[in-house]
Unconditional design. Structure first.
Length: 200
């Protein structure tokens, strides 16, 4: 029994004992209104603790399921960013090496580029490239060529490195940066094509 299960069991026992003490007090004519008649705070705390415990079990189950998967089906958890077309394709081909936003991220590392679902340029709503977010700073006028957009004082320049084009596959986009799980084999294929298999 792990630590959380022990705590839950101890709290259950205390609650049952409290109920028994209350019933005994009522039988003897004592005031029946005690803390066990108003367990709101206790219930909230126990619900939080049980949710934490169940979340831990869920994470462990996912970890074990992933370990049991065949090598060809293993998934990779990676951050993703939605980019509208045609800029997503331009990143994939290496023409655009700076992405611009009016906000800056708080991380550096691997980033999956997902094309937006709007517009007429294909592919839409698909992962098209994987790269490394190397740095982020204020946009400069000299960044216009690499960013493929005009300079704007309010924009931040996201410096993309080690860009590898992917065979497009559907990914549900979101705003901002989010975590997504993709088949590891799809990423390895892209790395092998570009001679960077060790980068995964």
């Amino acid at each position: 029994m792990n630590q959380v299960s022990k705590i839950l069991a101890r709290e259950d026992a205390a609650f049952r004992q409290g109920r028994a003490d209350r019933d005994a007090g009522m039988a003897s004519g004592a005031n029946p209104y005690d803390e066990y008649d108003q367990p709101r705070g206790w219930m909230y705390a126990r619900a939080w603790l049980r949710g934490w415990h169940e979340r831990g079990l869920e994470i462990e189950a996912k970890r074990m399921a992933r370990a049991a998967e065949p090598a060809s089906q293993k998934t990779l958890r990676i951050r993703a960013l939605s980019v509208r077309q045609p800029w997503a394709n331009m990143i994939a081909t290496g023409e655009k090496t700076i992405e611009t936003r009016d906000w800056q991220p708080d991380f550096r590392g691997q980033l999956l580029i997902v094309s937006g679902r709007t517009g007429k340029i294909e592919p839409r709503g698909c992962a098209v490239a994987i790269c490394r977010l190397a740095d982020c700073r204020r946009m400069r006028t000299a960044d216009e060529a690499a960013a493929c957009v005009p300079w704007k004082e309010t924009l931040f320049a996201w410096l993309l490195a080690n860009v590898r084009r992917l065979e497009p596959f559907p990914v549900l986009g979101r705003q901002g940066i989010w975590w997504v799980e993709v088949e590891e084999e799809k990423i390895k294929k892209a790395c092998a094509v570009h001679g960077r298999e060790s980068a995964v």
